[in-house]
Design a protein around this ligand. Structure first.
Ligand SMILES: Cc1cc2nc3c(=O)[nH]c(=O)nc-3n(C[C@H](O)[C@H](O)[C@H](O)COP(=O)(O)OP(=O)(O)OC[C@H]3O[C@@H](n4cnc5c(N)ncnc54)[C@H](O)[C@@H]3O)c2cc1C
Length: 221
């Protein structure tokens, strides 16, 4: 079942990432952490469906997406960033396996943080953020999506790390085994992972070596 919705507004959240607010079809439902296929509803783009994650609250009157643009070729994200309010999108049903279980450690790389935006905003609304942490890896400080909001929500439980810039007070380096061993006290809690395929694969292997049970790992299958 697909719906055609109107783009209501867009704005930058970092130099290459924008939030898009679109209409919410009557009765449309999703769980925080889920995604849908989106296409720009024009002759040129309507067959180019791409997955994006809802970052709005599940009970908001509109839908929000937070979308990073790949500028190196004229793909869908590049075209989305050029759209004006009033443009039409086609969205499908919600799907995805990243859902909140109980307090744990969220580990994201780049735009992979989007399912965690939705989950953490829901937890904030419910007064249930306590016990959750977010480790968020980016290339440079200017790539960190929604840094102020994460700091406000999580305080010291927000740990941004940078791989390509040494800019204290950010931690510099990849999320590796020594870092996770030193940072995390218990490996029996849930771990929520999202990011580029290689990032998820590497961190999953490290967590399993450190004692995390496979069924405590929440990721997109
Ligand atoms: C479940 C799921 C949820 C997602 N949610 C989000 C989200 O909420 N926000 C978000 O920003 N992203 C999200 N993504 C990623 C998003 O779907 C992709 O960024 C998007 O599909 C890219 O579409 P595109 O047409 O712009 O690029 P594509 O053409 O699909 O290319 C993607 C990548 O390939 C490279 N590439 C491909 N062709 C070329 C070429 N000819 N020349 C140079 N480079 C090339 C690009 O540099 C880019 O790295 C999600 C992905 C999944 C699987």
């Amino acid at each position: 079942m697909s719906h055609v919705v109107k783009l209501l507004m867009k704005e930058f959240v970092t130099h290459d990432t924008m939030r898009f607010i679109v209409e919410r079809p009557a009765g449309y439902r999703f769980d925080p952490g889920q995604a849908t296929k989106v296409a720009i509803h024009t002759e040129r783009w309507k067959d180019k469906k791409r997955p994006f994650t809802f970052t709005s609250l599940d009970d908001d009157g509109v839908l929000e997406f937070t979308i990073k643009r790949y500028p190196d070729h004229e793909g869908v994200t590049h075209a989305m960033h050029q759209l004006k309010s009033g443009a039409a999108w086609e969205i499908g049903a919600a799907w995805g396996t990243i859902t909140y279980k109980k307090p744990g450690v969220f580990i994201a790389g780049g735009a992979g943080v989007t399912p965690f935006i939705a989950i953490l905003r829901r937890l904030r609304e419910d007064g249930a953020l306590q016990g959750n942490r977010l480790i968020f890896s980016n290339k440079t400080a200017r790539d960190v999506i929604l840094e102020a909001e994460f700091r406000e929500m999580l305080g010291d439980a927000f740990l941004p790390t940078l791989t390509r810039e040494n800019a204290p007070p950010y931690r510099h380096g990849r999320i590796d085994e020594p870092f996770l061993r030193d940072t995390i006290e218990s490996f029996t809690q849930p771990f929520y992972l999202c990011g580029p395929r290689g990032f998820v694969k590497d961190i999953r292997a490290i967590l399993e070596r450190l004692g995390a049970q496979p069924d405590a790992l929440v990721l997109e299958e």
